[in-house]
Design a protein around this ligand. Sequence first.
Ligand SMILES: Cc1cc2nc3c(=O)[nH]c(=O)nc-3n(C[C@H](O)[C@H](O)[C@H](O)COP(=O)(O)OP(=O)(O)OC[C@H]3O[C@@H](n4cnc5c(N)ncnc54)[C@H](O)[C@@H]3O)c2cc1C
Length: 415
Amino acid sequence: MFDFIMTDEQRKLRDEAREFSRWVPKEMILDMDAEKIQFPHEYLREAGRRNLLGIRIAAQYGGRGLGWVDDAIVAEEIGVASYSLACLWGVGADIVCEAITLFGSEELRQAVVVPLLKGDVYAAEGLTEPRGGSDFFGATTTARKDGSDWIINGQKRFIVGAEGADWFLVYAVTDPSAPPHRRMTAFMVPRSAGVESKYIYGLMGVRGGGAGRVIFNDVRVPERYALNGINGGFEVFVRMMIPERLGTAAMTIGSVRPALEIATRYTTRRKAFGQPVMNFQAVGFKVADSALLLDAARSMVYSTCLAIDSGKVHPGRARRMVSQSKKFVTETAWEIANNCMQAMGGIGYTNVFPLERIVRDIRLSMIWVGTNEIMQFIIQNEWYKEYDKVLSKEKVRDVEDDAVSAREPDEKVYE
Ligand SMILES: Cc1cc2nc3c(=O)[nH]c(=O)nc-3n(C[C@H](O)[C@H](O)[C@H](O)COP(=O)(O)OP(=O)(O)OC[C@H]3O[C@@H](n4cnc5c(N)ncnc54)[C@H](O)[C@@H]3O)c2cc1C
């Protein structure tokens, strides 16, 4: 985040998060990447101990009760140590805890949010299924009523933290005959009889964060574990788009930042043809472009955080801004990481520097929490709606008329 716009409290918070990132043992990062660690309990316990989980969650449940700007400031620093750790940090404390505090009962807040923010338990989020993730309404996991309970059957895949999770936020079809947006329920499912997780993916990056398949075989959950009531899952899903996507954008900035710092240092020291390689514009411009892109990405995250915190933007506009941030930041981060690798030549491609891990890790950012194609789809949808309903009605100069032949009706043919 930009320190010139931070308050003293935000700078202090940033420094706390930085100190935590410095605490992360190197062995933890390397062992996760080598999958010797499959779920870093120790990291979450330490984050809880430092009160760095649940930045936006109310203090009465153990969070900090702050806003999106503060969350993004912390997320950026969290992302620096490792993308895999940042994914875990965000899913449990930022996404699932928000879903429970907004849509769940006091019983669930006490059972899940309070211990999760202390780092004692973990909760994963399960939307994606083997038959498809982008198509939320195409989910085939079902829940059928049995007395005052619901019986869940189905599978979710690629679930971050599945291996260590004590609870799962699971979307299941509860009324197949209803229209899509009234068909699903979001249940909080404890790890109990019939729940099985499998750590089976040979991931390109973000390793060691417990990403796995979760199977629900006649799993019994009480109706009171439904968030937003039975058939109210769509509202939970829509609301969770904000922490999923804005959180991803913020932490991705942090994870790619070290690539720029490493490449900057390297290109000032490394010599070719008798001079530092930064003097060759082909190299120095790559680093310069990366600095420009990183600041542009950060600006976008920051303005989106301000927009959400203000509570003044229409939900459609908020959805567009969040989707834009996710798409722009993650594609920008990918470009930065590749620029930096290129600027370092062969050594950037080896494990002498962590650049190759950064490249492998942040590639996920364009895929998860909704692919960037889905972001584009949302942006398109919301932009046309906003233009039609709001922007086209604003009293601004109509520049379309400022053309020599603007009043040639025979030329303005649309069909
Ligand atoms: C490491 C990892 C961690 C993950 N963590 C989680 C997690 O914790 N919880 C969770 O629920 N999920 C998680 N996911 C799943 C991730 O969110 C999905 O993989 C993603 O949403 C895409 O779904 P899919 O893989 O089924 O691809 P598909 O939906 O099959 O899409 C395939 C391709 O088609 C494109 N496409 C699909 N529909 C459209 C459309 N309408 N318009 C344009 N293009 C379209 C997609 O963009 C993509 O390019 C994770 C995935 C990975 C790899």
